[in-house]
Design a protein around this ligand. Structure first.
Ligand code: SF4
Ligand code: SF4
Length: 422
């Protein structure tokens, strides 16, 4: 970090007002100023000015941050905390401060597994076999802690048809209103194939032809959050080609069904200035796109009491809170019930929960208390990490609450049963 860098300039936007402190989960948990947004910005600035040594203490505080970006939503000075954090973490990697077994394993898994669809598919299949043979307890004892935690968080592995690639083209139903591309995602494809199929079904039912372009890559969000910005840039470059430079006529939108992927694609202009701006401008979350373009097909009745929990990377990173609620409210019979702290982080935060299981559990507990008090039949959220964390929490408490993506409920309201859907 140096005083001429974009990172340093960004830290100067902070006026130290402290308005973000009461929204920061790590500050609330620890009570430490250095674990707050203001404290972390002060550390970044101090390092750039040569007042603070870039060492393990700074690295620990920057990696204790969930990257939830709740601080951005309340900041009166418009500090772009998420971008600062990504760049600061990249510098920790460059300075050799991410060396232990955990960071090495994380980098290896993100680069060599998550971004390689065939390997990820084989890995998830292997987990399915281990579970079917009831060897998961043994695996938990043998695996490194972070991997064991990850294995325990995964939902039931979907049946093979739901893990197959999405169709490359699906025509619009009825009058065609436009043509959109869909980012299939890595975790979404392997663990939430029902959501991908529901997304296509709802889009086509509302007049959109859906293309799933070849050559698309993982969005790079988790790589960027881990400080591996160079790899995130290489993935963004592949997506620029797949979504904006091939496939004939331009798309009306590039739709994502994962809040984390959507935020990464919208912000990829910062990773590849001048190169990814077109892709960033085209990207829409599925709820945002349907809300913006309007539903032309009338949903059927669903007599359900439903809570909607905001994914951080939808509400704080993309500023989208109302669109999913409006869509759910458009379903006749569905009662949308509010719960306290709906826009607070659930404690998943990508791979963060794997390295901080105790704090993650405390954050999740507060969320589950509020959800339990609201007593819904279905809890909805639009991000794979949140869906996994919430499902695991609901199951651990023995609550009779189904956890689903909002688009799954909309698909059900259209009478579209996805085979094998949970
Ligand atoms: S991103 Fe979340 S955890 Fe990190 S400083 Fe901001 S509010 Fe706190
Ligand atoms: S709210 Fe914004 S300006 Fe105020 S301390 Fe937090 S980051 Fe700085």
């Amino acid at each position: 970090m140096d005083v001429t860098s974009e990172l340093y300039e960004g830290t100067l936007d902070c006026v130290h007002c402290g308005l973000c402190l009461s929204d920061c989960p790590t500050y609330l948990d620890t009570g430490r100023e250095t674990s707050s947004p203001r404290g972390r910005i002060y550390l970044m600035r101090g390092v750039a000015e040569g007042q603070i040594e870039l060492g393990p203490g700074v690295a620990d505080e920057l990696h204790l941050c969930l990257g939830c970006r709740a601080c951005e939503s309340v900041c009166p000075s418009g500090v772009r905390y998420g971008a600062l954090l990504e760049r600061a973490r990249e510098q920790l990697v460059d300075a050799g401060l991410r060396k232990g077994q955990g960071p090495r394993l994380e980098r290896l898994l993100l680069r060599s597994l998550l971004a390689r669809p065939a390997r990820l598919h084989a890995f998830i299949s292997a987990i399915g076999i281990v579970r079917a043979l009831r060897l998961d307890r043994l695996a938990r004892r043998l695996l490194p802690a972070a991997l064991a935690n990850a294995q325990a968080l995964l939902p039931p592995i979907p049946p093979s048809p739901l893990r197959a690639p999405l169709p490359s083209w699906t025509p619009a139903v009825g009058e065609r209103r436009g043509r959109v591309a869909l980012l299939e995602g890595c975790v979404m494809r392997e663990l939430y194939g029902a959501v991908g199929r529901a997304t296509i079904a709802v889009l086509t039912r509302n007049g959109f032809e859906v293309v799933v372009p070849e050559g698309q890559a993982c969005c790079g969000a988790l790589h960027a959050h881990a400080g591996d910005l160079s790899f995130a840039r290489s993935l963004a470059e592949r997506n620029v080609v797949a979504f904006t430079e091939q496939g004939g006529a331009p798309y009306d939108a590039v739709v994502t069904h994962s809040a984390g992927c959507g935020a990464a694609m919208k912000e990829s202009g910062g990773w590849l200035p001048g190169r990814s701006d077109g892709l960033a401008a085209l990207t829409r979350d599925i709820c945002e796109w349907l809300d913006e373009s309007g539903l032309v097909a009338e949903p059927g009745r669903l007599e359900l009491r439903v809570c909607y929990d905001d994914p951080c990377h939808l509400v704080h990173a993309q500023g989208i809170a109302d669109a999913p609620r409006r869509l759910l409210s458009a379903i006749p019979g569905l009662e949308l019930v509010p719960h306290a702290g709906a826009s607070d982080c659930c404690g998943a935060a990508g791979t963060w929960s794997l390295g901080h299981p105790e704090m993650s559990a405390r954050i999740l507990d507060a969320k589950l208390d509020a959800i339990e008090a609201a007593s819904p039949a279905v809890l909805t959220s639009g991000n794979p990490g949140c869906l996994m964390q919430l499902r695991a929490g609901v199951e651990a408490r023995g609550l009779a609450i189904r956890v689903a993506h909002p688009i799954e409920l909309l698909a059900e309201a259209y009478g579209m049963a996805v085979p094998g859907q949970r």
